[in-house]
Design a protein around this ligand. Structure first.
Ligand SMILES: [Zn+2]
Ligand SMILES: [Zn+2]
Ligand SMILES: [Zn+2]
Length: 757
């Protein structure tokens, strides 16, 4: 007989881990106990050597689907405790500071089988769940994750449910949201006036959707707006009422088989689609797909996801058509979560409301992800992911709160080696969004007992988060935007020490009075040197360039032609610009009024899109670049550029590139070919500059970050090019490469600087 003490760390609470251990222990004749503690699960196990070995193996390799085993520490117990059997012991209440709660988990296979089984007592019950699935973060008010601390507290379990909850051999043992039609939450359908049409709410809502109506559905992390994804009129009405004119909508299909009819899906994408997290997955649409072309808004990719709550399963199956399922908000507002909030704020958008009485306690948008180079590549991290912490290589001394950037904001708290990156908050441009930030921050501080000791922020003086930083009354550390990008990717990929960091995005505050965004940094966690950057062009009208792309094109032309009058004349040969606008551009370029210089890579994509006639007015940042990517079609040729190493930092001169674009345009070359040659040139510019930097520094690890790396075509060429140049490229895997990942980098940089100071 031997005795072992086994500590298991990771997502091991609220996911059926103890009953799993109990079952395996019985299988191998192990005696002892299993209990939850403040850091995970602790097991005392006594048995024969061989059986103990098999037991330990099963713990490591056969954990329940929703569990994530991060660490298994095994200690030999000198005197094995003599237990008569194996038991589930009460939790030890030692503070609970480090207990990790699982994110919300999509309805599991067993529950779906019961949901559609006419003989089951939960047949068609929209709130069926078990220890392996169901809501978690969206219903929790306090830790530990026990029913009285969730929005299920107001529902008292009926005797049948209570029996399941108390039985260790039942798959609903300690399933906190356990419920049934007799005792749990219920759905109802309401029209705009709050009146309830007769009939079964889900069946009726599905019929209304088939008729082309817009229905607001209370989901897991907030309301969603649903309509028929194959109906042009329904989609157009939704766009008009939501004031969302071009950003793509996501589509929910009932099953993976249905999704296959719409999009190209490989094995990894199928796994991502049907896994427990259920993000919206960006996929290539199949030719002849019945989805209305208005859904994707002209982009090459379609966002598809599968049902992740029983209510979604019932609704989408009953509707029998793919449904647009998009955040329940008007543009630039946080997603609605409460019933009356939805009726008020979505009253002009939705025709009907599918409501229920289980409260959503924290707002979570749907997550967006994709597969890139064989693995997950997150785009927006929210429901199903956040704020479950990421483990990082370098521990923080004092706890850091990083406030994140202005757009696509997330914030991040770094305590020890755990980085709690918040859910996607949005753009911090309205009072409502700032309130959403504050709500999410106070929820996170409460749930994880986080007490920040240091605050990190972006250097941009006008960002809401920068202005918020001193209000905490703590030491503050400013972190340059692109340094944060690079270190975010390092932390994401467990890298420490010096690397070559490529940070290409739309905009970021530079320390030299210019707008950065095409940066090559030689960096580690504590600092960076600007190794190289893209050639700088003026941005006439500054931020106006982000939306009026011909303005950026005018800036580029003024880099090619010394005389601004010449530059504008040549531009007007390509793009129609009225006299008043031309006058204003000329004035700004000549006098350099409200005309900062920028090395932004994102703006270069905009300028080419404008010159090639792809788009002149962008309705959201990055729209033109996405469209340019979508049309690219070339023969492997690329434009020329020049790496100027005569002074530091080096400059990647793109003027030869744009001169060739003009030659192509004059020769009547089409936009698809121009786009392909441009993408290839930009990718090659990254590869060759990194090669030169590697030569100069002896470094061979290259981290790739910034929103421009969301461009699959460009990013793919960069990764392949670096690999064939015998460098080691690293892309993001756990947080987005866009500004949604910046807070992680800010936190790690601030922790490193705090340690040094
Ligand atoms: Zn389940
Ligand atoms: Zn019940
Ligand atoms: Zn950025």
């Amino acid at each position: 007989m031997r005795g072992l003490k086994i500590e298991v760390r990771g997502i091991v609470q609220g996911v059926g881990f103890r009953p799993f251990v109990y079952r395996v222990a019985r299988e191998y004749g192990i005696t002892g106990s299993v209990s939850n503690d403040s850091r995970g699960v602790t097991i005392h196990a006594s048995g024969e050597g061989e059986q103990l070995y098999l037991f330990l193996n099963a713990i490591k390799n056969e954990a329940p689907p929703a569990a994530v085993v991060e660490e298994v520490n095994v200690f030999t117990e000198g005197r094995p405790s003599r237990y008569p059997s194996f038991e589930i012991a009460p939790s030890s209440a030692d503070g609970g500071r480090e207990v990790l709660v699982s994110p919300d988990i999509a309805t599991c296979r067993e529950c779906i089988a019961e949901l559609f089984d006419p003989g089951d007592r939960r047949y068609l019950y929209p709130f069926i769940n078990c220890t392996n699935c169901g809501p978690r973060f969206t219903i929790i008010a306090e830790t530990p994750y026990d029913r009285p601390n969730t929005s299920m507290a107001k529902f008292t379990m009926c005797p049948d449910c209570a029996r399941e909850y108390d039985d260790p051999s039942d798959r609903r043992f300690h399933a906190q949201p356990n419920a049934c039609p007799a005792c749990g939450p219920a759905v109802r359908l309401a029209d705009r006036a709050g009146n309830t049409p007769g009939g079964d709410p889900v069946t009726r809502a599905a019929a209304l959707l088939r008729e082309g109506k817009i229905v607001a559905v209370k989901g897991l992390g907030g309301f969603q707006l649903a309509c028929d994804a194959t109906g042009d009129d329904a989609v157009a009405a939704l766009r008009e009422r939501k004031q969302r004119y071009s950003r793509p909508f996501a589509v929910m299909t009932a099953t993976l088989e249905d999704a296959w009819r719409l999009c190209e899906i490989d094995e990894r994408e199928a796994d991502l689609l049907s896994g427990a997290r259920r993000p919206i997955v960006l996929l290539r649409e199949k030719e002849g797909s019945p989805i209305s072309p208005q859904v994707a808004g002209g982009l090459a990719h379609q966002g598809i996801f599968l049902p992740y709550t029983p209510l979604h399963h019932l609704l989408v199956r009953e509707a029998g058509i793919p449904l647009v399922m998009t955040s329940g908000n008007v543009s630039n507002e946080p997603i609605a979560i409460a019933n009356d909030e939805a009726l008020e704020r979505l009253g002009d958008i939705a025709d009907y409301f599918l409501l229920h009485d289980r409260d959503i306690l924290v707002r979570y948008d749907d997550s967006v992800s994709r597969i890139f180079k064989g693995a997950e590549y997150p785009v927006r991290r929210a429901r199903g992911y956040a704020p479950y912490p990421l483990r990082v290589r370098r521990r923080a001394g004092r706890t850091v709160l990083a406030l994140g950037p202005e757009l696509k904001n997330t914030f991040c708290a770094l305590r020890g080696d755990l980085a709690f990156v918040s859910q996607h908050i949005g753009d911090m441009e309205t009072a409502d969004e700032v309130r959403h930030f504050e709500e999410a921050l106070s929820a996170m501080r409460r749930l994880f007992s986080l007490s920040p000791e240091v605050v990190a922020h972006d250097l941009h003086p006008e960002y809401a988060t920068t202005q918020m930083a001193p209000e905490f009354g703590l030491p503050v550390i400013g972190v340059q935007h692109h340094h944060a990008h690079v270190v975010s990717c390092m932390a994401d990929r467990d890298l420490t020490g010096e690397v070559i960091g490529v940070a290409w995005d739309g905009t970021g505050y530079g320390q030299d009075g210019t707008v950065w965004g095409g940066e090559f940094l030689v960096a580690d966690e504590t600092g960076f040197r600007r190794g190289a950057h893209l050639y700088r062009y003026p941005m006439p009208g500054a931020d106006a360039c982000v939306h009026n792309l011909h303005r950026m094109a005018a800036g580029v032309m003024s880099g090619l032609f010394a005389d601004p009058t010449d530059a504008l004349e040549r531009l007007r040969e390509r793009i129609e610009i009225d006299d008043a606008e031309a006058e204003s551009l000329l004035f700004q370029l000549r006098e350099r009024v409200n005309t900062p210089m920028t090395s932004s890579a994102g703006r270069m994509f905009d300028a080419v899109a404008a010159l090639a006639g792809v788009r002149d007015v962008a309705l959201y940042d990055g729209q033109a670049a996405c469209e340019l990517e979508a049309i690219a079609d070339g023969s492997g040729e690329y434009y020329d550029f020049l790496l100027d190493t005569s002074a530091e930092p080096w400059v990647v001169d793109t003027r030869p590139l744009f001169r060739e674009v003009l030659v192509d345009l004059a020769a009547g070359t089409g936009a698809p070919e121009i786009s392909a040659k441009f993408h290839a040139a930009m990718a090659l510019a990254v590869v060759e500059t990194c090669e030169a930097l590697a030569e100069a520094t002896g470094l061979d690890r290259v981290v790739l970050s910034g929103g421009v790396f969301q461009n699959e075509l460009f990013g793919g060429w960069v990764v392949d090019g670096l690999a064939s140049a015998r460098l080691r490229p690293f892309v993001h895997r756990r947080v987005p490469c866009n500004d949604g990942g910046v807070s992680l980098g800010q936190a790690v940089v601030a922790a490193a600087k705090d340690r040094v100071s």
